[in-house]
Design a protein around this ligand. Structure first.
Ligand code: ARG
Length: 472
């Protein structure tokens, strides 16, 4: 029987029951629902709205249900629309009248809002912790391959030599900003809507600050209509997930390219590769491709919620039930994708020789040759033109810049001396980029130190959240 059976003569049909239910998705947040209810009941008892003994029965009953669900012993009734009805129904069956008092001064509208916010917070902390692990893996790989030189690209054309460690650390900083975005989404979710009731608050003397404290929220929401109507914190969550997936996807794209026969920069381990059912030689970077593919779905989750929300009048509308699935999917997908990326990086083989070989190709020293002239007094634009002509000359004669004789250099400009040879070595070229944030060895060493400091600080952020009991 539905909770609202008093006003109805008929119940919904079997089809509409199923169509209207959110139980399958809600099962994910049974703990949040139960602990939200315990906090509500405790506060009701403290305020003298229900008796102490009712609260004790409610608490024992709810903890028992939590156990049953955790151990897979709880039998869900398919007639229950959502987790709130499933738990309350079972509680009332178990403990009788006290169970029927639990919902005093509460609506499923504030109940679902508080459950989702608590669940979002717990998903976000897990993501922050995983993001931390991923960045640790990246710094480890950067340290291990510190001196490896690769061609840096713009437009996918050889540009200038860079350290492979510098390239990996570029992703470190992207993921560092993702951590901040996840944290910001956590802060957005960290407000307690419980006590907003259906839409307008309630006549019972609820202490919303008390449930805020009991549930580890930062503060109570300030407006009851807003509290039950908006899901913008889930948009923040999905945006944070989307951006991080986009970063992972770019790295996946590079991993796919690097592992081609043409590049041969890395070989993925067997664990992170698959074969072909027909071509015996194949070793495919399936998991990198899959992560790239899943990025589309997570971005879809974000867009889907934006579209769901955009025309909703205040306050609660059933459309809001649709907000949970995408948010959970985005978090699970990002988490799995980060774990997969950690494994790929931890087990790949880096071919330093191939990278160096390519770093010499494609006239990657040209900028430094032009800088050589400019540092000897030639205006840079003029130097650029002369080196451009040298490159053209090389192309016509099938040579690299390193194959040119001093005479050939001098024919282009008398400013060239014997020491030009030193400007052509990719390792030296990278080393010379000493600006803060550049690819020079010393600059990258400093960068690694800064990365370690940032990691330590972010680990403290996760630890603090967990220690202050902010997640249920
Ligand atoms: N199953 C609903 C949801 O997930 C719970 C809130 C229902 N409230 C209501 N007035 N129908 O959004």
């Amino acid at each position: 029987m539905a909770l609202w059976s008093g006003r109805f003569e008929q119940s919904v049909g079997e089809f509409t029951q199923r169509f209207g239910a959110s139980l399958e998705v809600d099962k994910n947040m049974y703990r949040q629902d139960i602990h939200g209810s315990i906090a509500h009941a405790k506060m009701l008892a403290e305020q003298g709205i229900i008796s102490r003994s009712d609260f004790e029965h409610i608490e024992v009953g709810l903890l028992e249900i939590e156990n049953q669900i955790r151990q897979g012993r709880f039998v869900y009734d398919i007639n229950d629309e959502d987790i709130h009805m499933a738990v309350e129904g079972a509680l009332t069956e178990d403990i009788g009248a006290a169970g029927q008092r639990l919902h005093t001064g509460r609506s499923r509208n504030d109940q679902v809002a508080v459950d989702i916010r608590m669940y979002a917070k717990s998903l976000l902390v897990d993501l922050m912790a995983e993001n931390f692990s991923l960045r640790r893996v990246l710094t480890r790989a950067a340290r291990k391959n510190f001196n490896v030189v690769m061609p840096g690209y713009t437009h996918m054309q050889h540009a200038q030599p860079v350290l492979f460690s510098h390239h990996l650390l570029a992703y470190f900083w992207m993921f560092t900003r993702d951590f901040k975005r996840l944290y910001d989404a956590f802060v957005a979710a960290d407000a307690n809507p419980l006590g907003s009731a259906a839409l307008a608050g309630t006549t019972y003397p609820l202490d919303r600050f008390r449930t805020t404290e009991l549930l580890g929220f930062d503060h109570p929401t300030q407006n009851s209509l807003d509290a039950v109507s908006d899901r913008d914190y889930l948009l923040d969550l999905e945006y944070a997930c989307s951006v991080s997936m986009m970063h992972l996807s770019r790295l996946c794209e590079e991993i796919i390219i690097w592992s081609t026969t043409e590049f041969g920069f890395i070989t993925l381990s067997d664990e992170y590769s698959t074969g072909s059912s027909i071509m015996p030689q194949k070793k495919n970077p399936d998991f990198a491709e899959l992560t790239r593919g899943k990025t589309g779905r997570v971005i879809g989750d974000l867009v889907s919620l934006l579209v769901t929300m955009k025309s909703l009048p205040l306050a609660y509308n059933k459309d809001l039930q649709e907000c949970k699935e995408g948010a959970i999917d985005a978090c699970q997908t990002l988490r799995d994708s980060m774990i997969c990326m950690e494994g790929m990086i931890d087990t790949w083989t880096v071919h330093a020789d191939r990278m160096l070989e390519e770093a010499r190709m494609g006239f990657t020293a040209a900028t430094d040759v032009a800088d050589y002239l400019a540092k000897r007094g030639m205006p840079f634009r003029k130097a650029h033109e002369i080196v451009g002509e040298l490159v053209l000359y090389c192309e016509k004669h099938g040579k690299g810049l390193e194959d040119l004789t001093l005479e050939e250099f001098r024919a282009a400009s008398p400013l060239f001396g014997r020491d030009i040879v030193g400007e052509l070595d990719p390792e030296a070229i990278a080393r010379a980029r000493t600006t803060y944030g550049g690819t020079g060895h010393e600059a990258v060493r400093d960068q690694l130190r800064e990365a370690s400091r940032k990691l330590k600080a972010d680990r403290r952020v996760v630890k603090n959240i967990r220690e202050r009991g902010a997640v249920i």
